[in-house]
Write a protein that binds this ligand. Sequence first.
Ligand code: FAD
Length: 354
Amino acid sequence: MTQRVDVVVVGGGQAGLAAGYHLRRQGQDFVVLDAQSTPGGAWQHTWDSLRLFSPAAYSSLPGRLMHPQEGETYPDAQHVVEYLADYEKRYELPVQHGVEVRSVHRDGPGLRVMTDCGEWQARAVVSATGSWSRPFLPALPGGDRFSGAQLHTAAYRRPQDFSGQRVVVVGGGNSGAQIAADLAYEAELTWVTQRPPRYLADDIDGRVLFDVATARRRALDEGRTDVGGVASLGDIVAVPPVRGARDAGLLRAAPMFVRLTQRGVEWADGTRAEADAIIWCTGFRPALSHLAPLGLRGTRGRIATDGTRAVAEPRLHLLGYGDWTGPASATLIGVGRPAREAAREIAALLSSGA
Ligand code: FAD
């Protein structure tokens, strides 16, 4: 049986909930379909010691401030899961958990959404599926020869799983630095980065990054000179555990190796390091496979957007994922604004009778 609704939101993480909040304010008839059986999106699957890079008040979705976590300036992932679960409940957002969207198709004036438990007919779709389900691992020579364990950030949980082991952590971003700091006390760590680690000043955290991103957007919107984005400030937020390990001299980074061997890794000059495990902190790609039937994928696997709206399919909006769907839209505090714009555009589209 096909169910009918004006708007289907695909994904019930923070981006999907922010969309729901604004669709509700616009008085829309909508449903949020989320593959997970419980609220919290990707935050349910991160490593135990992960800390947000902003204090709670700077990690809030529209309408509801995140309360500080007792004893912590930077909340942990469980705190975010609880906040999102409470948000969903408080605003009575119609989230159906445990429903995976398989594909979205054009169907006359609307869009047909095929799931693992039935079909939906919608007039507009918001895709907010994040990237956690699509870990990216670079292909290096010898990748299939290495006999130790290889895992991605997405599968890392806690340092005790690697007690006393020789572990190579690959990646000079926040995940790489945090996981390297986590393992530094428990494992024999080799931290490998493509370029020397670039720490932000110790007093810079997500608050400053958000302010810089906002100022840049304002400058560009007003036709002023580009004041530069957050990338110019550095790559790694020196959250307390990272700062602690760095200051203890435990975070010395080696350059990137060029191949894997059966027992470890090898650099261009022939130097080798043996390893029991390699942890790839090499990022994620947007989870967009359900949109394949729409034929919208462009360069670098992205879909061309104007704001959040897909340029070639005005009934589709994309939320979260990265700056290409709005400045800081893949962050808790940043997703509210693009979510509001998406909801407004959808309301205008639907009221125009399209
Ligand atoms: P997700 O949280 O991934 O939610 C997407 C939801 O959609 C999931 O529930 C998923 O199961 C569901 N889904 C996916 N595909 C389908 C489908 N086909 N059908 C139905 N449901 C589907 N941001 C901050 O603001 N502060 C931070 O400190 C911070 N730290 C981060 C640390 C790490 C290691 C990472 C990776 C990201 C961090 N971020 C941070 C960025 C961002 O806030 C998170 O990645 C966040 O989880 C993105 O939210 P989302 O709703 O876009 O995606």
